[in-house]
Design a protein around this ligand. Structure first.
Ligand code: GLY
Ligand code: MN
Length: 357
């Protein structure tokens, strides 16, 4: 049985438990996870599952593994899915409330009169949170590509270069080293720009003594990697060194603590407590990390409010950061795979050590 058939089988068990006849899959990542399909379309998982797309993807759909119907409806993907659901005689249809527009919902309600529509949230995302060894290998490969791309652009970090120039070359290197494309919009931020956690690379010119924050990742066969490094150009001042040292200590403490069974909020607390000891907790304004897989941000959340617990096979980021308006920011991030007694760090680009300043 292919991995896609096995995943759909698992969803069919969920349908049986919830006395539903079909699951309408509209999240692109979930369609890919359940069908192996990379194009635009909708999935229906039911006694007879279907991939509903259009003629642009006819050959891709034909090549998909498993016993599924390929529905190519001239009026669109939704019409195809509705036709399939009618043919199945489905009476109760689950849908993804976070991946379906209100307009689409209205269409379903109008065209499937008498059918109970069951809103769901996080069902397939929950399956996806724990990765198979094959998925972890793809994320590890994406991490390797990312490390190689980062190594290739480090020599560019000289006074006079702009954020945009570095970001553009980094994106090129991510592809040249084997990535399909960047997993998300690359962040390159010099000096004060780094105070914004998700700074957009701009025309700012690098000056001696500034820190450079780079956040990037490759995508390989759909799977993402995520890394942030903050590196000095020239000799950073004492404050930069002190903040950097605190963030590195927080990150190392969290990597050392990460293991199956630990609550995600407790992992977040490990890093946050270190920063608190340095008087920097207030400047750490986001969660410690997030799951990584077919999407750059997926379950589990690693934050103060998370209810998730780390499990073997989850892949998460560990990315404490300190951001000070008008001054700058430091973030250090790795993608790690959770194991029974620890974690495997998949991103391996060396980190700057303060003592080497
Ligand atoms: N690396 C981008 C993010 O985690 O938001
Ligand atoms: Mn991240």
């Amino acid at each position: 049985m292919s991995q896609w058939t096995a995943r759909r089988q698992r969803l069919k068990q969920w349908l049986a438990q919830h006395e539903a006849d079909a699951f309408l899959v509209s999240s692109a990542a979930n369609v890919r996870y359940l069908f192996g399909f990379r194009g635009e379309g909708l999935g229906v998982v039911a006694s007879v599952s279907a991939l509903c797309t259009d003629r642009r993807y006819e050959l891709d759909a034909a090549a998909l593994p498993g016993r599924i119907e390929r529905v190519l409806h001239p009026a669109g993907h939704l019409e195809g899915a509705i036709e399939h659901l009618r043919a199945l005689g489905a009476r109760k249809v689950a849908f993804e409330s976070q991946a379906l527009t209100f307009a689409t919902f209205e269409q379903l309600r109008k065209k499937l009169r008498g059918v109970k529509l069951l809103p769901t949230s996080g069902v397939v995302e929950g399956f996806r949170a724990v990765k198979s060894p094959e998925e972890i290998a793809l994320i590890a490969r994406a991490a390797e590509v990312t490390d190689q791309a980062l190594a290739a652009i480090l020599p560019l970090l000289k006074p006079g270069v702009t954020e945009r120039e570095v970001a553009l070359e980094l994106d090129r290197q991510l592809v040249m080293h084997g990535g399909e494309r960047p997993a998300f919009d690359t962040i390159v931020a010099f000096g004060p720009s780094a105070a914004c956690p998700h700074a957009v690379p701009g025309p700012r010119v690098l000056e001696p003594g500034q820190m450079v924050k780079i956040d990037c990742g490759a995508r390989v066969d759909g799977y993402c990697a995520d890394i942030t490094r903050t590196v000095p150009v020239g000799k950073p001042d004492a404050r930069l060194q002190q903040v950097y040292g605190a963030v590195l200590e927080a990150q190392q403490a969290a990597i050392a603590a990460a293991r199956a069974g630990l609550a995600c909020k407790d992992l977040d607390a490990v890093a946050r407590d270190v920063l608190r000891c340095h008087g920097l907790a207030e400047q750490f304004g986001h969660g410690l990390g997030h799951g990584v897989g077919l999407e750059i941000h997926e379950l589990p959340a690693v934050s103060t409010r998370s209810q998730d617990v780390l499990r073997r096979g989850m892949v998460v980021t560990i990315e404490p950061g300190v951001y000070i308006e008008g001054w700058g920011g430091v973030r250090i991030e790795d993608t790690v795979a959770i194991e029974a007694r620890g974690c495997q760090v998949l991103t391996r680009t060396p980190k700057w050590e303060v003592s080497g300043a």
